[in-house]
Write a new protein. Structure first.
Lengths: 328, 358
């Protein structure tokens, strides 16, 4: 095969892997949008916050150390322990559930029946708040995330493809791990929503708030539940992105990429989030590979948005979104 | 006692339709203008102009622009930063291509170019609505910033990739470049703000403004009673982008002087302006001004208190500022979704009866 085609194939594979990462973030958006009609802008910052918390707990940092030091003039930084990854992950899940309860109690409860746009703005406020709290709690320096995920070039794929095509594909083992974990996560979510009582309640709320209320489903509980699940998804996404490129503020910007993914797939569809993620991942990598050099590169910054924009002009509800019916 | 309609007889339609129907309001408005034009220029110094007054004037213009689109026409835009960049770069190109052209015209032309670009990015709004549109405007934000970063023609092939404003004068007084004085830049921006606010106020209470509001309240119903949605939405995008473009041009040429596009017009700026109109009040010109003042003053105040007062680290203060801004926004949305403008209205209602309870 000619080299160009092989290159393009490698780029495509890497794009698919990147797409999985986008889809992971987009999944969190879809869950919350379906269950409560809230477009949760803070999903990306939640991923950052979860990743920061995980690293902080793992390394035994004292929360709010900088703030405490500044106020009381003390010099504390670390508890001096180093927790195993699995304990830190469980503790972080606990923190994210606590966060969900706080958000429900202090924000969502007071904004019932407001217009969607007001709720959207509230989540932007929440994003700022969480970003500030995350930085205050754990400091704003770039942190290294290590929870034992495999990293670096996959030699197995490299040698196999070299034997087949005479050209070794460069694929990060982390991306493969991410794909597998994402698949397990989605399967788990589907099983949860299909086969458990809470999952059914969740789908009922997503279908029709008032009907769900009338058969005795507690909206408050469902909201806490869905924000907790979104927090968990954010944690998984945060671990992936954090391991890949370090835990830092740009993590929350990468999460913005999930927005065109959502537009493409439709706000209300879980398969849409995944397919959209893959399309965007492959599309932007291929575009950068083919057209990028002609126009000065770094097209990845905007390609996803423009693709989604053009796509929406022809299909305003996205690929798998529910048909928008408007009545006067 | 002073604030009342009684005794203020209107004898013509013009008098009946004026912006400030209550005499007290009218005099207060003239008084504010008089102070802004006749007192402040004589006492303003560099610190106040650069830290408070210029940012306020410029962001107020941007906030009015976004309020036209989001508050009056109901189309949420997250592309404000990108449109400001268009205004800045258009102004820069006009300034360098036509050195003899007065800077005021460069700024206005910058606004006009932005209006065209705004219409272009507003076209999808005819099919895309709500959140989908908000995300679609992000395309404008990222694409435009990328464009100004990557195409050397826009920054005149300068080595640093930055654009910097050459010195230009108005009536012989420099308003851009390194040799400006605080009062000149302040007055220059103030004139723009006053004229544009007056324009916006009159646009929004006229026919155009009413079609915008009908589209905002329910677009299908508006279409049925004969409002042309294409026209309404595109005029809103054009007017809004014109304002935002002028704000961008002033931000670059008068306030910053030199600009690196990703830093000066990034997505954070889009959110900043959005916060201004939420906190100030959607669909209110006064709200835009109040919101801009609030969002400009808050960081200055926090910085003075935390860094100057408690001697904290600036990074720590910046983080705490994020927390406070976020909490304030949520708090505002819960307590008063209609913003400062609504509080102002309530205060005026109370003032009408004061000091008698009935």
């Amino acid at each position: 095969m000619p080299d160009q085609v092989l290159f393009a194939m490698e780029v495509m594979l890497n794009g698919l892997m990147a797409g999985v990462m986008y889809a992971l973030v987009a999944l969190g958006f879809v869950l919350i949008y379906k269950a409560s009609g809230i477009f949760n802008y803070s999903q990306g910052v939640m991923a950052l916050f979860a990743a920061l918390t995980l690293v902080g707990i793992q390394q035994g940092q004292v929360p709010f150390a900088h703030l405490i030091n500044a106020v009381f003039g003390t010099e504390i930084h670390h508890f001096g322990w180093h927790l195993p990854a699995i304990v830190a992950i469980i503790l972080t899940i606990g923190v994210m559930i606590g966060l969900a309860i706080l958000i429900e109690h202090f924000v969502l409860k007071h904004l019932v029946n407001q217009e969607p746009i007001i709720l959207f703005m509230a989540t932007i406020g929440l994003a700022y708040f969480l970003e500030g709290v995350g930085d205050l709690m754990w400091g704003s320096d770039i942190k290294k995330m290590d929870v034992g995920l495999p990293q670096g070039l996959s030699e197995f794929i490299d040698t196999t493809t070299y034997n087949w095509f005479g050209y070794g594909f460069f694929i990060d083992r982390l991306d493969i791990a991410a794909t597998i974990i994402a698949a397990i996560l989605v399967a788990g979510l589907v099983a949860f929503s299909q086969y458990t009582k809470q999952g059914r309640a969740l789908r009922a709320v997503a279908d029709d708030h008032q009907a769900a209320l009338s058969v005795g489903i507690s909206l408050q509980f469902i909201w806490v539940l869905v924000w907790s699940i979104a927090g968990f998804v954010a944690l998984v996404a945060g671990i992936m992105w954090g391991t890949k490129s370090g835990v830092q503020f740009s993590l929350s910007l990468i999460a913005l990429k999930a927005l065109p993914v959502l537009m493409l797939g439709g706000f209300t569809s879980i398969p849409g989030a995944i397919v959209g993620g893959l399309i965007i991942g492959v599309g932007e990598k291929l575009f950068e590979f083919m057209i990028g050099p002609l126009v000065g590169g770094a097209t990845e910054n905007w390609f996803a948005y423009v693709l989604a924009l053009l796509f929406l002009v022809f299909r305003p509800q996205g690929l798998f979104g529910e048909k928008i019916i408007e009545r006067v | 006692m002073f604030y009342r309609e009684a005794g203020d007889f209107k004898t013509s339609y013009v008098a009946d339709n004026q912006t400030f129907p209550i005499a007290f309001d009218r005099y207060r408005y003239y008084a504010v203008l008089a102070v802004a034009f006749l007192v402040v220029p004589f006492i303003v110094n560099d610190y106040w102009a650069n830290a408070v007054l210029l940012p306020f004037l410029i962001w107020a213009i941007a906030a009015i622009g976004l309020n036209i689109l989001t508050g009056y026409c109901g189309q949420v835009s997250l592309g404000t930063g990108g449109f400001m960049a268009v205004g800045a770069y258009a102004c820069y190109k006009f300034m360098t291509a036509f050195p003899d052209l007065n800077i005021a015209f460069c700024v206005l032309l910058g606004g006009a170019v932005t209006a065209l670009v705004g219409v272009l990015f507003g076209l999808p709004s005819l099919r895309i609505k709500g959140f989908y549109l908000a995300v679609a405007t992000l395309a404008a934000q990222f694409f435009l910033v990328w464009l100004f970063n990557r195409v050397p023609w826009f920054y005149n092939y300068s080595a640093s990739g930055q654009i910097s404003a050459p010195e230009r004068t108005v009536f012989g007084v420099p308003v851009t470049g390194p040799n400006t004085s605080a009062w000149a830049t302040y007055l220059f921006c103030l004139v723009f703000l006053v004229v544009l606010a007056w324009l916006a106020r009159n646009l929004t209470r006229g026919t155009v403004g009413r079609t915008w509001m009908s589209i905002r309240d329910m677009d299908i119903a508006a279409e049925i009673i004969g409002v042309n949605p294409l026209r309404a939405k595109l005029t809103a995008f054009a007017a809004s982008s014109f304002f935002v473009g002028i704000a961008g041009a002033l931000f670059f040429s008068v306030y910053l002087g030199a600009v690196e596009v990703g830093e000066a017009f990034g997505i954070n700026k889009s959110f900043l302006v959005l916060f201004m109109i939420i906190i100030g009040g959607l669909g209110s010109i006064f709200g835009s001004l109040a919101g801009a003042a609030f969002m400009v003053l808050l960081p200055v105040l926090l910085k003075n208190v935390l860094v100057g007062g408690f001697g904290w680290d600036t990074a720590l203060a910046a983080h705490l500022e994020l927390v406070i801004v976020g909490a304030l926004i949520i708090g505002f949305l819960i307590a008063e979704p209609h913003g400062l403008a609504r509080l102002w209205e309530l205060a005026k209602e109370k003032l009408r009866l004061w000091p008698f309870p009935h």
